[in-house]
Design a protein around this ligand. Structure first.
Ligand code: ZN
Length: 841
């Protein structure tokens, strides 16, 4: 994980070259979480697998999950995947993916302490395994454990007084391994511990399984494991995807942490030279009950450090514990995008663990095999030792861990303040470690005219529910903190067990630029500001309205127009874009007005009704006025990062990856409506012939760019006359922006997201500012310091963040990051308007 800062952007063209030729996984049913958000998941999941042949190679075995009525063991004969001699683990002497199912099937046959289940499939369709190791339980005993787990969350006051629970509730411990595919040994360490626990005759270890359930997701990224890539097969870093949940691999472990409610969890990574064990450095996640986390995290880390020292390898004599050993900002626990940081919000004491010795990337290709295997053997020892030490900590401190998880949820239900933590609470705790939040009393996601986007509101509600945040729906209109809310509005009462998670999702966040000199990864997010829905906060007044619990958002699609009349759709959200692209893909003659509204002929009523239902969008009767310009199904040639390709496909565009090399190889631009450039395409790097073909396209084709590589392309191709100014490359977060009446229509978000922000000055003839950074300090939440050249947020204030113009090609330049990792969903509509407008040239 050491390259958290680098390697975010992996071109899908590279991914395709690396991954797809080796694909030999059996056909498999769709992703199990698809029901949560059919439109988005469907497009994303199929995009990654597009063009791959489903292998007829037989996998055998069946998955017969018995559901909640079963005890333990829950034996599942796992299907066995074909032997893959190219699996990158083989060279390291580690377990290739295809050996996992046979090993687990064997252990289940040999031991009544081991249960294996399939909890989902990877992007390429490989099974994700959850292995549970515990002493056998009757169905009634398992049900009792379930009841206690639910009591801890739902009625912590009663749980705190329940002496049987304190005595007999089995400590849940969760080990996640190999979320980064080319950090292998967590899997091998986990398998070693599973086998040890399954077969041991040591009375103490046998007793441990009477009081503990240990859950292992033995590889969270099997596609990356096989291919030797950090990312999954869609090019996403799964360990940046929590609270966004675009990928099947992150959704699967999200559901594991919710379902198992671990007291302790470890996420096994590599390779930091010295073994690294969290807790992390400031800034600390401000929504945590950090006192309850830190006291255990610190002690558990010391125990793991001791365990690796006892291995006796010179390389494992000590560990780096960032909280103890690093300066602020070097290894923070601020964003909830990492698995352990996310798990803390579900009541776990979460740790990232990094095994020490590098065996991936250059080392993988250049070191002698025996040296690689020596290193991997030590790394496996470290993984196993930390796992065993973490389990031992949970057993030794079981009652206090249970009591403290109960206390986390109790504070939430009671609406109590976070605790002040005194200096020296653990060694080294001081002022620099104090981060806290004032939780609002409630959030409201309004219904009716107060809601800017009904489908965006529904998506946000479903996302909250999927993350185990409690949402209710108002049965009648009500007034709260000076605002009137319609019946049907959604209410998030913050008196709830996982209020920290609710707040980290919905709150604006905080500008932490002055707190630490740098950050490890992103510093701002906010679904409340970036996901396209109106979200109101009530700071102190409690909602007084009858509500019903919400298991899923209510349908939002409608066609509000008489039959026989032309229809209109305001394109604001990505859901609207999906509907437009769905209709355009059926050869329906769409038109786009200058305000961004899309018109559909009355004759397409049936398809419109389908689109309204499928994407939850609202069509109205087309008003009088001009029809606008024809809007054909837009073909987008994209030289972009993997996350951008993923989102563009998810939105239903016909996306064709392109690059400098692809243009050299004769890439066909004749059907392309717009060229999207953000990475991997150098205008000056092209031969004269290839550049000539591109120039022919640029004479009237459309161009949309994002970021520095896009701005360079604009300059070298001589498109829009602007000066591009760059902020510090690690600056990132949520920024205030203001829309102006440009050519991109009405989809004008009030906030945007930046990473390496750009702005445009000295706008030449005909260049229009479509959007500007807010005045004063545009940074709302995140970390953005001035660079060496003095350019910081104050210099960006008021300057253009998005510009448009016609330079032969209709062109739009984004200085923001509207598609970043599939997160800022409320910005997709603006990007789509840019694609539609530029394609119409
Ligand atoms: Zn990692």
């Amino acid at each position: 994980m050491v390259a958290r800062r680098s390697a975010r952007r992996v071109l899908l063209v590279l991914m395709l070259a690396l991954v797809l030729p080796t694909l030999t996984v059996p056909a498999q049913a769709g992703t199990p979480s698809a029901h949560r958000d059919p439109g988005y998941v469907e497009h994303g999941a199929t995009a990654a697998a597009a063009g791959t042949a489903h292998s007829p190679v037989a996998a055998h075995g069946v998955n017969h999950r018995g559901g909640d009525r079963e005890g333990y063991p829950r034996r599942t004969e796992l299907r066995v995947f074909p032997t893959d001699a190219g699996d990158k683990a083989v060279k390291l002497g580690l377990l290739p993916y295809h050996d996992l199912a046979p090993a687990l099937n064997d252990l289940q046959a040999r031991s009544d302490r081991v249960s294996a289940e399939v909890i989902g499939q990877s992007t390429l369709g490989r099974d994700l395994y959850l292995v549970t190791v515990t002493a056998p339980e009757t169905p009634e005993q398992a049900r009792q454990q379930d009841r206690w787990r639910e009591r801890i969350e739902n009625d912590p006051a009663a749980a705190a007084k329940d002496s049987r629970l304190a005595r007999d509730y089995k400590a849940p411990v969760w080990i996640n391994a190999n979320i980064h595919g080319d950090e292998w040994e967590g899997t091998d360490g986990a398998m070693r511990v599973i086998e040890d626990l399954a077969t041991t005759t040591d009375p103490a270890e046998v007793r441990l399984l009477d009081s503990t359930r240990v859950y292992f997701t033995v590889t969270n990224n099997p596609d990356g494991r096989v291919a030797g890539t950090r990312a999954n097969a869609a090019g996403f870093d799964v360990n940046r995807d929590h609270i966004t949940s675009t990928q099947p691999e992150s959704k699967a472990v999200r559901d594991v942490v919710i379902g198992t409610q671990p007291l302790v969890m470890l996420d096994e990574h590599g390779y930091t030279g010295t073994t690294l064990i969290e807790p992390g450095t400031p800034p600390h996640g401000q929504n945590y009950e950090y006192d309850l986390y830190l006291k255990h995290a610190y002690e558990n880390a010391l125990g793991m450090e001791k365990a690796i020292a006892e291995l006796g390898h010179p390389e494992t004599a000590r560990a780096d514990i960032p909280f103890r050993d690093f300066p602020p900002g070097e290894w923070d626990d601020w964003p909830p995008i990492f698995t352990p940081m996310y798990a803390i919000y579900h009541g776990a004491v979460g740790h990232t663990v990094e095994v020490p010795l590098r065996v991936n990337r250059t080392e993988y290709d250049t070191l002698p095999v025996e040296e690689l295997r020596r290193r991997s053997a030590i790394n496996t020892d470290v993984a196993a030792a930390t796992i065993s030490a973490g389990i031992a900590y949970a057993e030794d401190n079981r009652r206090e861990l249970i009591a403290d998880q109960i206390e986390v949820f109790r504070r939430g239900w009671e609406g109590e303040s976070q605790r002040e933590i005194p200096d020296g609470y653990v060694p080294g705790f001081g002022e620099e470690d104090r981060y806290s939040a004032e939780f609002p009393r409630a959030y409201v996601i309004p219904a009716g005219t107060a809601q800017r986007s009904a489908p965006a509101a529904a998506r946000l509600v479903d996302h909250l529910v999927a993350n185990d945040v409690r949402v209710t729906r108002a049965k009648h209109a009500f007034r709260l903190s000076g605002r009137n809310h319609a019946a049907g509005s959604y209410v998030v009462d913050m008196r709830q067990p996982k209020r920290g998670l609710a707040n980290v999702i919905l709150a604006d966040g905080k500008d932490i630029s002055a707190d630490v000199p740098r950050m490890y990864d992103i510093s701002g997010w906010s679904h409340g500001l970036l996901w396209g829905a109106t979200v109101d906060a009530s700071r102190s007044q409690a909602p007084k309205v009858r509500t019903t619990p919400v298991p899923a958002a209510s349908p939002t699609g409608s066609v509000d127009a008489p039959r026989g009349k032309d229809l209109a759709l305001r394109v604001v959200d990505g859901k609207d874009v999906q509907a437009v692209n769905f209709l355009a893909g059926q050869d329906i003659a769409l038109h786009r007005r200058d305000d961004g509204t899309v018109l559909v002929p009355a004759s397409a009523r049936r398809q419109v009704e389908t689109a309204a239902e499928r994407f939850g969008v609202r069509f109205t009767r087309a008003g009088p006025g001009e029809r606008g310009t024809p809007l054909p199904a837009p073909v987008v040639a994209a030289s972009a990062s993997a996350d951008e390709l993923f989102v563009l496909r998810e939105l239903g565009f016909d996306v064709r990856p392109v690059s400098t090399q692809a243009l050299e190889d004769g890439f066909d631009l004749t059907e392309v409506g717009t060229l999207f450039v953000s990475a991997g395409l150098s205008y000056t790097g092209l031969s004269d012939a290839a550049r000539g073909r591109l120039d022919d396209f640029l004479a009237d084709g459309g161009v949309v760019t994002r970021g520095a590589a896009g701005a360079t392309f604009n300059e070298e191709a001589g498109l829009l006359p602007v000066t591009t100014v760059a902020g510090r490359s690690d600056a990132n977060g949520v920024v205030a922006v203001s829309g102006v009446q440009g050519v991109l229509g009405g989809a004008a978000p009030e906030h945007s997201f930046v990473y390496s922000p750009l702005w445009f000055t000295e706008l030449g003839e005909g260049v229009v500012a479509e959007q500007r950074y807010g005045e004063g300090n545009p940074l709302v939440a995140g970390h953005w310091l001035p660079g060496d050249d003095g350019n910081g947020p104050a210099q960006a204030a008021g300057e253009a963040s998005v510009v448009s113009g016609v330079a032969g090609a209709r062109t739009v330049l984004f200085g923001t990051e509207p598609l970043f990792r599939g997160h800022p969903k409320g910005l997709y509509g603006h990007v789509a308007q840019a694609l539609y407008w530029t394609a119409a040239g």
